[in-house]
Design a protein around this ligand. Structure first.
Ligand code: GDP
Length: 471
């Protein structure tokens, strides 16, 4: 190991120890301090919280230094490129059969009644099942609610050789292995459920992905999303021009504020201050990692379906530079949402968000989840480049998200559940206060448990191994 690596390793241990000594010292002093001259509790707590936040930023900085100094960055980059390239070639192979007349096909309709992120995830689910069943995906997108002329108006066609859904035998899912053309319904009602649904990862890549990436199932989904979102040239030109016009640069934090029809139905209202608190923390960590600020103004890319958010943010946070375009936001109005302008608007915002260094958003919105997925295709491992104000990452209609207990846990009260090492927990959500909620499958009990006491369990599923495509 290099000198830098060894120094960083010891530094991180020292910083973790110092954090504990500091917290222990403060709390012990408080317990003993009953004099009336002691400062008010609220002020003391604020100071404590401030200090602990800085300790955390320092330890994150140590870990970043370790990653840089361990000497494996070149390997990680190459491995990430090779895996992404392998998936791209496999999907190309699947989607371009030499003879469309005899190819096995899976047909999906783009008419799911929902927004763009939801529809894109619908098609990504179809492509994942196509990949799992070795069938070419044919997308029927005529009369698409966003653009009557269809998907190919904005994105490249899913196939260069096979866009015809015809065939000698047709059936609805699941059909039989012999059925040439299968139609697949939306994920919400598919029956029987294919084993390939997210968050599954393919057995033949599982070990490499687990080694490389913080969330292999997101990485896998991201490869399909990237393939689907390959833009037509005119869209690519527009996206490039937009990024140039708003002067998007790095580092920048992407904020997505989902309001209008979502608030009060599927998600809660979150004020801009809540998002900005996390932006502040991001830049504080960044400063510790870099060993001091670079003096430039802090950049935030702001996307929302509520145009009033922009002025609100600029008024309240004059020290930040807010990029983004309120007129793009205006195209998201519910009354005129399903138009070509609105489609271009949301694609533009998703693209810009995906180019940032950290996302602060509500993962209850598919807009932010798509941006997060795309982000994974541009970096070795951007699994933790997000702060969600509500849900953990999920894929609508996914198979249960499970975790494995690392440590035992004794419930402190009736709201918590017990854990034994090795227990399987079905996680429902993270409350972002140190606790997650889920079901201990062994005890069949639902409740809270410290999030650090579990780790994600990969759902490894046998997919076709595509021997025709060289590794
Ligand atoms: P979800 O409802 O937030 O899960 O995401 P969907 O994509 O399924 O539907 C929301 C729709 O609202 C999007 O497709 C857009 O048309 C619009 N929208 C939501 N947020 C934004 C945003 O930040 N920018 C733009 N341009 N449109 C948005």
């Amino acid at each position: 190991p290099s000198l830098e690596y060894e120094l960083a390793r010891r530094q991180s241990r020292r910083d973790a120890d110092e954090l504990w000594r500091f917290v222990r010292g403060e709390l012990t002093a408080w317990r003993k301090d009953d004099s009336s001259k002691a400062p008010p509790v609220a002020r003391r707590l604020e100071k404590l919280q401030d200090s602990v936040r800085q300790y955390h930023a320092v330890i994150r900085g140590d870990l970043a230094n370790l990653t840089v100094a361990d000497g494996w960055e070149t390997w990680r980059r190459r491995e990430a490129d090779q895996l992404a390239d392998l998936m791209r070639r496999r999907i190309d192979f699947l989607q371009n059969p030499p003879d469309c007349a005899t190819a096995k096909k899976l047909v999906c309709n783009l008419n799911k009644v929902c927004g763009f992120g939801c529809q894109l995830h619908h098609v990504a689910y179809c492509l994942t099942v196509a990949y799992g069943t070795g069938r070419t995906l044919v997308l029927n997108s005529r009369n698409w609610r966003y653009n009557r002329a269809g998907w190919e108006q904005v994105f490249q066609p899913l196939s260069g050789t096979c866009q015809d859904a015809g065939g000698r035998s047709k059936a609805a899912w699941p059909g039989t292995a012999d059925t040439q053309v299968l139609t697949l319904p939306i994920i919400d009602v598919v029956s029987p459920r294919p084993p390939y649904l997210p968050l599954a990862v393919p057995a033949d890549l599982a070990d490499r992905l687990a080694r490389l990436h913080g969330d292999p199932s997101v990485w896998f989904t991201a490869q399909f999303v990237r393939y689907l979102m390959r833009p037509q040239q005119h869209l690519q030109n527009d996206l490039d021009a937009f990024v140039k016009r708003v002067q998007l640069r790095n580092p920048c934090v992407g904020i997505h504020v989902r309001r209008t029809d979502k608030v009060g139905t599927e998600a809660a209202f979150h004020p801009i201050e809540e998002y900005m608190q996390h932006v502040h923390e991001f830049y504080e960590r960044r400063q510790m990692e870099a060993g001091g600020g670079d003096g430039s103004r802090r950049c935030v890319y702001l996307a929302s379906d509520d145009p009033s958010v922009f002025q609100d943010a600029v008024n309240k946070f004059p020290d930040y530079t807010f990029l983004g375009d309120p007129s793009v936001s205006k195209t998201a109005a519910v009354s005129s949402r399903y138009t070509d302008a609105s489609l271009r608007g949301v694609i533009t915002d998703i693209h810009a968000l995906s180019l940032t260094d950290h996302l602060v958003c509500t993962f209850s919105s598919q807009v932010c989840r798509v941006a997060y997925e795309l982000m994974q295709t541009m970096h070795v491992d951007a699994a933790d480049w997000f702060t969600s104000l509500d849900d953990i990452y999920y894929y609508g209609g996914q198979s249960p998200h499970e975790q494995t207990a690392r440590f035992a846990h004794q419930p402190a009260d009736g709201s918590e559940i017990a854990l034994s090492p090795g227990d399987t927990v079905g996680i429902a959500g993270n409350h972002w206060n140190g606790y997650s909620k889920g079901e201990n499958r062994r005890l069949k009990k639902v409740g809270l448990y410290p999030a650090y006491k579990t780790r994600d369990k990969l759902r490894v599923v046998e997919f076709p191994r595509y021997p025709e495509v060289p590794l």
